[in-house]
Write a protein that binds this ligand. Structure first.
Ligand code: NI
Length: 176
């Protein structure tokens, strides 16, 4: 397993539409393991492959509490097939937008279809934090960031802040 650098705003790759995974093979499993290690190290509760510059539809999530053993879950080609009318609000952050948090309202529960680590089709009814994280990560696969769900004023402000920071560093594409 290996830690992979996480790309951050304003890296244009974050806006790419990721490609569907066609084959669940050894290389993909290695990538899953690297992503899980990178997510745990960060630490974060979710990571989409595009955040380590791999534009494929692969997501890892671990919403286990600190006092619980790690419980990483892998979602390949995840898609939302149902979402509740009921909505909930969480304060969200993103490993690609470090140290910025904002409240985002989303459907409170969703049903998602995906392939598991073994390539089997599964469905999950996600509620609470898992529902939010899964929607946040599926957004990444379509080039959508959580700041797209907040006001334009706030979004422009945070984008400008990261553009300035990137200019200062000269290369804002990696968190080291
Ligand atoms: Ni994110």
């Amino acid at each position: 397993m290996a830690l992979r650098p996480i790309i951050i705003l304003p890296d244009p790759k974050l806006r790419l539409i990721s490609e569907k995974v066609e084959r669940v093979d050894g290389a993909l499993k290695k990538l899953m393991d690297d992503m899980i290690e990178t997510m745990h190290d960060a630490p974060g509760v979710g990571l989409a492959a595009i955040q380590i510059a791999e534009p494929i539809r692969l997501v890892v999530i671990d919403v286990a509490r600190k006092e619980e053993p790690p419980n990483p879950q892998v979602f390949i080609n995840p898609e939302v097939v149902w979402s509740s009318d009921e909505r909930s609000t969480y304060e969200e952050g993103c490993l690609s937008i470090p140290e910025y948090y904002a409240e985002v309202e989303r459907p409170a529960s969703i049903r998602a279809r995906y392939l598991d680590r073994g390539g089997e089709t599964r469905e999950i009814l996600a509620e609470g934090l898992l529902a939010t994280v899964l929607q946040h990560e599926i957004d990444h696969l379509d080039g959508v960031l959580f700041i797209d769900h907040i006001s334009k004023l706030k979004r422009d402000r945070v984008i400008k802040k990261f553009q300035k920071a990137a200019k200062r560093v000269g290369d804002g594409s990696h968190v080291l």
